[in-house]
Design a protein around this ligand. Structure first.
Ligand code: FAD
Length: 360
């Protein structure tokens, strides 16, 4: 089950490694562990719902807690300390566009505020209820998570807007296709949320940002249903897709999303190279982009980010490479990281020819 006060599934644990802890302490000092609020204590702080009954609306305190916050740093402080602030008065999890439309009509009739909810990974505070004399209803798209249609001629797939990244790619892979949208929140964020927040993925350099992938869809609004057809780019007037993307749910609830998909690549490999300094790294990356070398992801980390990632995420033997690789380009180095050290002295052309070195 998903954590109620943090990221990911309750069964997954990533204890902080000693090297990582020492590194953080060296940067920001020793710090102190704050007490964690319990779910039982937070439950006590959930006020009575101001909503009347509706068959699709749950007023269960646990549901309201789980939909009250996103995943920004302030959200984490709020959740871990138990100081949530406000909770939605109810949560609905419709299974169809028709149910979403019915909920919107009900909410409009009662003057209820509505918050669309995808994967709840927002870092912008838009899924958190604000103080209001009106009740707040959160509409989660979580139950609308299926591949609904795949047009293999046009390579356009239709998904329920609440489909999270892994489930979306799994359903496409079974048919031999890939969307290729991998924001770092991929595990929990949804295709509807990507469109509503104009998201960008780690492999967008090959597959395109969500602007290029969003082909059309169905939006339920207080004024009725808006269908955006999957026509190609047109010179006739403004593009409704552009007007909807990034609106964070203010224009309506996207219930079905059409996306442009591609055939699964036959082979994919990921490589890492260490550059001797920031300027040469910038030059390498700029030239790779400007000469249109066909990479799907190109990520440049500064020394601090590289060090932090390795110390927090890599195995100890991988992190030890830091000691050899950050010194300088070392063509004569005989250590395990020798090939990586040598990479640092390659030109960008050599870099692309050699196809670099994997961390495995
Ligand atoms: C660890 C982490 C890493 C992240 N990495 C990236 C990244 O690499 N790239 C990036 O762009 N962002 C990133 N984000 C931000 C966030 O994940 C994205 O904004 C994501 O697209 C939100 O999707 P979601 O499904 O979780 O939407 P939610 O958080 O549920 O909602 C986001 C906004 O969209 C609205 N909304 C959601 N679904 C719908 C819908 N179906 N119809 C209408 N409105 C809707 C909500 O009301 C809200 O305003 C990251 C966040 C975290 C916590």
């Amino acid at each position: 089950m998903r954590r109620w006060n943090g990221w990911g599934d309750e069964n997954n644990h990533y204890p902080l490694r000693d090297a990582g802890l020492r590194h953080i302490q060296s940067l920001i000092g020793p710090g102190r562990v704050l007490p964690d609020a319990t779910l039982a204590a937070v439950r006590q702080s959930v006020p009575a719902s101001r909503l009347p009954d509706h068959p699709l609306v749950s007023k269960d305190p646990d549901k309201r807690i789980r939909h009250a916050r996103g995943q920004s740093l302030p959200d984490w402080y709020a959740m871990r300390s138990g100081q949530f602030g406000l909770f939605p008065d109810g949560v609905a999890e419709p299974v169809s566009s028709e149910q979403v439309r019915a909920l919107l009509a009900w909410a409009q009739g009662l003057g209820v505020q509505v918050i669309p909810y995808g994967g709840g990974t927002s870092v912008a505070g838009h899924i958190t209820p604000q103080p209001s004399p009106q009740p707040v209803l959160t509409i989660s798209l979580a139950q609308m998570n299926r591949l609904m249609a795949l047009d293999e001629v046009s390579q356009i797939a239709r998904f329920g807007a609440g489909t999270p990244g892994p489930l979306l790619e799994q359903q496409l892979a079974e048919k031999g296709y890939v969307l290729g949208h991998f924001p770092q929140s991929f595990e929990l964020s949804t295709v509807g949320g990507w469109v509503a927040s104009r998201s960008s993925g780690q492999q967008s350099i090959r597959y395109g940002r969500i602007e290029q992938l969003f082909a059309g869809g169905r939006i339920e609004t207080f004024q009725g249903t808006l269908t955006i057809p999957t026509i190609p780019a047109s010179s006739a007037g403004p593009d409704l897709r552009e007007m909807f993307m990034g609106t964070e749910g203010r224009m309506g609830i996207l219930t079905e999303v059409d996306v442009r998909v591609q055939r699964l690549p036959e082979h994919e490999s990921f490589h890492v190279a260490f550059a001797p300094n920031w300027d040469s790294a910038l030059r390498i990356v700029r030239e790779l982009v400007q000469t249109k070398v066909s990479v799907s992801m190109l990520r440049l980390s500064n020394p601090e980010e590289t060090r932090t990632h390795l110390l927090l995420g890599a195995e100890a033997w991988q992190a030890r490479w830091l000691n050899t690789c950050t010194c300088s380009p070392a063509p004569a180095c005989a250590c395990k990281a020798a090939s990586i050290c040598r990479m640092a002295s390659l030109t960008w052309a050599q870099l692309t020819q050699v196809s670099s070195v994997s961390i495995e």
